[in-house]
Design a protein around this ligand. Sequence first.
Ligand code: SAM
Length: 191
Amino acid sequence: MAVSYPTPVYSHAGRGEFSEVYEPAEDSFLLIDALEKDAECVFRSWLWLWSGVGIFVICAWSFSFVHVSLSNLKYICTDVNAAAAKCTAKTASCNSVPLQPVITNLVGSSGIEAAWAGGERGREVLDRFLPVVPQLLSKKGLFYLITIIENNPDEIISILGKSGLMGEVCLSTRAGNERLSVLRFMWSKET
Ligand SMILES: C[S@@+](CC[C@H](N)C(=O)[O-])C[C@H]1O[C@@H](n2cnc3c(N)ncnc32)[C@H](O)[C@@H]1O
């Protein structure tokens, strides 16, 4: 029987002290859809980068919680924007999820502009992070990444492919002028 997962509560987003936090949009929801499709995989540990309001941290938590007891779940989520980290913490508490976001800065500014100004091809932050992915991903782990076409998803797949990570588009859609794709990476069998 199909399991149904609760929709996260995040009515505090986009207003007051959280007005400078990127609100969930088509890209966020596409990523949630991709994770829900894979929800039968048992995920014990998650690292969430750039959590924003934090709704998919909550979704991922509820997908995992079906299979794994709380004491065996390991979660870390980060954002550079202190308001976003606080907003994720609030989203977590509204949804009864134990979570303490970490404020980190991979590169760049820390305000709302960091939510959309990714530098050339939108890859400034990502290109610093890609070399670290093979060091972080466990042998059975999955790495999901939401991209727009301007990020050149094929090139991202090729870059990580050189480290032995196999990538594919697991979901895509068009939202207005944007062509969104969720990429999913795993270790190839030979590595
Ligand atoms: C487009 S928003 C996406 C938020 C969330 N993932 C979602 O889909 O709703 C990107 C997030 O990345 C964060 N961010 C941007 N640059 C960053 C950096 N250098 N280090 C850490 N987080 C960063 C922003 O503050 C913002 O919350």
